[in-house]
Every structure is written in structure tokens, then in C-alpha cells.
Ligand binder design. Structure first.
Ligand SMILES: [Zn+2]
Length: 280
């Protein structure tokens, strides 16, 4: 598959402390001159902003983080690539419903519907018209793809002990969509490939993007979004902590969005949420 080699490149989509909502469709590509001065300035700005951020400053450091942040900045600044988001999303959706058993009319659908009907109206200036599906699978998982589509495995409904917990998970996935993490992952893939001198049309490389970790910053950002959204919708944010307390007892690399080494551990995510809850 064309992009397979890129699947191993850390795809840290979307590190923006001040979220930028792009109008649809995405703006055409803009070309700017690359310079180290510009990159270093961006990095210093990023560090200054990070110091006041909830969770990122003290937990994510080191060279890997530096390079990922610069990579994000480069993609954001220099490669706002039009990937045909809505068309790609529709194609991926066709693949998903071909390959995964979608369930309708079950208790799980009722619960997910009920939660989404409370969450979505509380979203401020949503970018997307959100759509969602329930997938029959024992895997504790939920995932979002670009274009405002998200999918919930029945396994996660069995894992949670309350609708509040599930509201957090759904809010988290809505956050990935609204913050356009998936779009930026694909933009980065295309940008990196073109930077390597090999151009190609964006094929339906869903497996690589969904299989790739969003990265720690994106997870924290989606966690915060989910927590604030569930709270706005009247759910108990403390139940989001329950979710991570349970998850960390079975921390492994195959739960919750295919946890990987670049995925923050549940204990860290729980601490971050606790800070946000305490801040009110
Ligand atoms: Zn996530």
C-alpha cells in the first residue's frame, strides 16, 4: 500500500493550544518559505503556551516531542493540503460498513442515541454535522474519522458502568472530529510523502490512519473537549475519572483506540481530567 511506510512515522495530528476551526471545504494549499527562524519562533511560542496548559508541559518533553511539534507546525503552516475531506470520509465509511457489522435497533443504539442527543446541542459552533454508528465488536473501542463520522463498538458499552462514562467517550470522539485530528493526520501523510519527492493521489488508506495513534497531545485535547462537553450536557464529569480508573487496571496495547506507546497512559489522563474538574 502506497503509504504503508508512513504508518510508522509518529502522526501527531493537531497540536494547537488555540484551536483553529477551518471553514469547509479546507482552504487551498498555501506556500510559504521554510526557515529555521520561523520554526524556532513557532517552537518558542509553543513552549510558552505549553507552560500554562493543563497537562502537556510536565508530561511530554524531550526531543521526540520537539520534533513532533515542529512537524505539526510545518504541516499547519506550510501544507494546508486540500485532501477532499468529505469525499475521503464517504469512501472510508463505505469501507467500514462493508467490513464491520453495523447494528441498528438494539439497546446499544438507544443508549448512544440518547447520549448524542444531549451532547451535540451543547457543542459550540460545531464544524460538522455529526453522524454515528454502532459496531458489533467486543473490542473496547470507539473511533472517529474525518468528516464528522464516528463509530462506537458494543464492547465499550459493556465496559462502562454508567451513561456518564459513555458520554465522556463519545465527547472525546466528537473532540477528535471537531479538532480535525484525523484530517491533519492525512494532511501530514500527504505532506511528508510529497516532501520525500513521491507524489500520489490520496488512496483510501483508512487502515493506516485509523491504525496510527493520534498522539498524546491530540488525546489530551480530545479528553478535555469530551469532559467539558459532557459537563455542559449535564453529565457527571467525575464518572470520566471512573473510566480511566477502570481502564488502567487493564492497561494494554489493544484497548481504547489501539493504545500505543505514544498514547498517554490512563493514570496521566485521569490526572489531567482531575485538574480540569478542580478548576471548574
Ligand atoms: Zn482518542
Amino acid at each position: 500500500m502506497r503509504y504503508r511506510s508512513l504508518a510508522f512515522i509518529p502522526l501527531m495530528a493537531g497540536f494547537t493550544l488555540v484551536p483553529v476551526f477551518h471553514a469547509q471545504p479546507p482552504e487551498p494549499p498555501k506556500q510559504k518559505e521554510l526557515s529555521w527562524d520561523v520554526l524556532l519562533k513557532r517552537y518558542n511560542d509553543l513552549n510558552a503556551a505549553t507552560a500554562t496548559d493543563h497537562c502537556s508541559g510536565d508530561q511530554i518533553d524531550g526531543l521526540a516531542s520537539l520534533f513532533r511539534n515542529i512537524e505539526n507546525q510545518v504541516v499547519d503552516e506550510y501544507a494546508n493540503i486540500d485532501i477532499g475531506e468529505m469525499n475521503v470520509s464517504a469512501e472510508w465509511h463505505r469501507q467500514i460498513i462493508r467490513e464491520k457489522p453495523i447494528v441498528t435497533g438494539t439497546q446499544a443504539n438507544t443508549v448512544v442515541d440518547r447520549i448524542m442527543r444531549r451532547l451535540v446541542p451543547k457543542m459550540q459552533n460545531p464544524v460538522y454535522r455529526h453522524q454515528y454508528w454502532v459496531v458489533r465488536s467486543d473490542e473496547i473501542n470507539a473511533f472517529a474519522i474525518m468528516g464528522g463520522r464516528l463509530y462506537v463498538h458494543t464492547g465499550i458499552l459493556n465496559f462502562v458502568n454508567s451513561e456518564d462514562e459513555l458520554a465522556f467517550v463519545l465527547g472525546h470522539e466528537l473532540g477528535h472530529n471537531e479538532k480535525r485530528h484525523c484530517v491533519r493526520s492525512v494532511q501530514k501523510m500527504v505532506f511528508l510523502e510529497s516532501a520525500l519527492g513521491e507524489y500520489g493521489a490520496l488512496a483510501a488508506n483508512m487502515a493506516n490512519v485509523i491504525g496510527a495513534p493520534f498522539g498524546q497531545m491530540d488525546e489530551y485535547e480530545a479528553d478535555e473537549y469530551g469532559l467539558r462537553l459532557m459537563r455542559a450536557a449535564g453529565y457527571d464529569p467525575n464518572r470520566a475519572l471512573d473510566f480511566f480508573r477502570k481502564l488502567k487496571t487493564r492497561e494494554s496495547y489493544d484497548t481504547f483506540e489501539k493504545l500505543t506507546r505514544s498514547h498517554p497512559y490512563s493514570a496521566q489522563r485521569e490526572n489531567c481530567l482531575l485538574k480540569i474538574i478542580n478548576e471548574g
